[in-house]
Design a protein around this ligand. Structure first.
Ligand code: ZN
Length: 81
């Protein structure tokens, strides 16, 4: 099978809408140590809804939008184990 090296140009994905789904996580809250479950779009939550009630997005959301676009670089506070 013949092979050759080609140049692939960098490109950006245009803005688009995407449907995402929530997941329900069963986990133990780090604060009250109660087994609980929580529905979230993001990664596994650390705290139950009574310790960390869901809040509407605040100014920090706008601020983060001004940040430079980055390559997919996820940070998480997740500590497994
Ligand atoms: Zn809790």
């Amino acid at each position: 099978m013949a092979t050759k090296i080609i140049d692939v140009r960098e490109y950006t994905v245009r803005a688009h809408k995407r449907q995402i789904h929530t997941r329900i996580f069963n986990f133990v809250c780090k604060e009250c140590n109660q087994a609980t479950k929580r529905e979230t779009f993001g990664p596994r939550p650390l705290y139950c809804e009574s310790c960390r009630p869901p809040q509407p997005p605040k100014k920090s959301v706008q601020a983060s939008r001004k940040a430079k676009p980055r390559v997919m670089n996820y940070q998480s506070d997740i500590n497994l184990g």
